[in-house]
Design a protein around this ligand. Structure first.
Ligand SMILES: [Zn+2]
Length: 311
């Protein structure tokens, strides 16, 4: 992260250690939405948030547990204006003050909304860059929570969120036509079953699948059971709508039914895990509360290649 040096003059009454501390500490303000909040020791909390201008940050909120000095601003999903001290090289910022902007308590009050919002938080924790501005991710998260609180839990919100993450990443799925014979989507019969291609981010019509064009899929990663992901044309259409419209309109305009939405989710999840660099391929933990089956196979927590060699 780029940093600007603010003070060229130095106080003369402080020790050299203190001088060093203050020279590299900045007080900052930003809008933040809580993604995770965990107790630290007996009295403090470590809160991780997506912010409007600093990407993902984690901050130590001192005495947050007993004194309640931060009110409801550290609750999951709460949006607040944070004032925090950022010290160069330190893992945690120090949260000084937080003023609530929107509590999103309606989300925490409903189990399905809470579960879906937890999936969104989990995704953002995996995807958002640390201390690097990503305002479009902040807006996506903030708008999604607003739609969720207003309309209730709906799988279309989650699918639109995933499609927009892919868009943010620059992954451009080729969805207009079959990757084998190039028949346009609008000429595929409504009841057809399309085969999703994760590696090449496209689809095959049923004729091309029968003709054995499976090699178009490319890759042989067993973590993605891509041959199992089949999708109706309406699901692909919803995907296109999700990419083209803001989340509020997109989640309303989606037409696919529950089953097709579930299939679309599994395709989007696999695309994201495959195409987003650095993303781990673990299934999202909160999915089980929504009764959604992941397209990803659980990976070993410590892959063998990362284990230290035995001497
Ligand atoms: Zn085809």
């Amino acid at each position: 992260m780029k940093r600007t040096s603010r003070n060229s003059h130095k106080p003369v009454c402080l020790s050299s250690t203190a001088l060093c501390y203050f020279a590299f500490m900045e007080l900052k303000r930003d809008l933040a939405i809580v993604l995770r909040s965990v107790p630290f020791e007996d009295r403090h909390r470590v809160v991780t948030a997506i912010t409007e201008n600093h990407g993902q940050i984690s901050a130590l909120a001192r005495n947050a547990i007993q004194s309640r000095r931060f009110g409801g601003t550290l609750e999951l999903f709460a949006a607040a204006e944070w004032t925090f001290a950022d010290k160069q090289g330190a893992e945690l910022c120090g949260l000084r003050d937080a003023v609530i902007r929107r509590s999103f308590e309606g989300i925490r009050a409903d189990f399905d909304c809470l579960s879906l919002a937890s999936v969104l938080s989990e995704l953002m924790l995996k995807v958002a860059p640390q201390r690097t501005s990503a305002p479009e991710l902040f807006r996506l998260h903030s708008n999604s929570l607003a739609v969720l609180e207003e309309r209730g839990a709906d799988l279309r919100i989650l699918n639109t969120y995933l499609a927009k993450l892919l868009q943010w990443n620059g992954t451009q799925p080729r969805l207009q036509a079959c990757s084998g014979c190039a028949i346009p989507l609008d000429q595929v019969e409504e009841g057809a079953e399309l085969t999703c291609l994760v590696a090449s981010a496209g689809w095959l019509c049923s004729k091309c699948r029968r003709d054995g064009l499976a090699h178009v899929q490319g890759g042989s990663d067993t973590g993605f059971q891509q041959a199992q992901i089949r999708l109706a044309p309406l699901g692909i259409l919803d995907f296109q709508v999700s990419v083209a419209l803001p989340i509020r309109q997109a989640s309303r305009a989606a037409q696919a039914g529950r089953k097709d939405q579930l299939d679309l989710f599994r395709f989007l999840e696999a695309l994201l895990a495959y195409h987003l660099p650095g993303l781990d391929r673990q299934p999202l933990k909160a999915l089980r509360f929504l009764g959604i089956e992941s397209s990803l196979s659980p990976q070993p927590e410590n892959p063998p290649r990362n284990r230290p060699l035995r001497s």
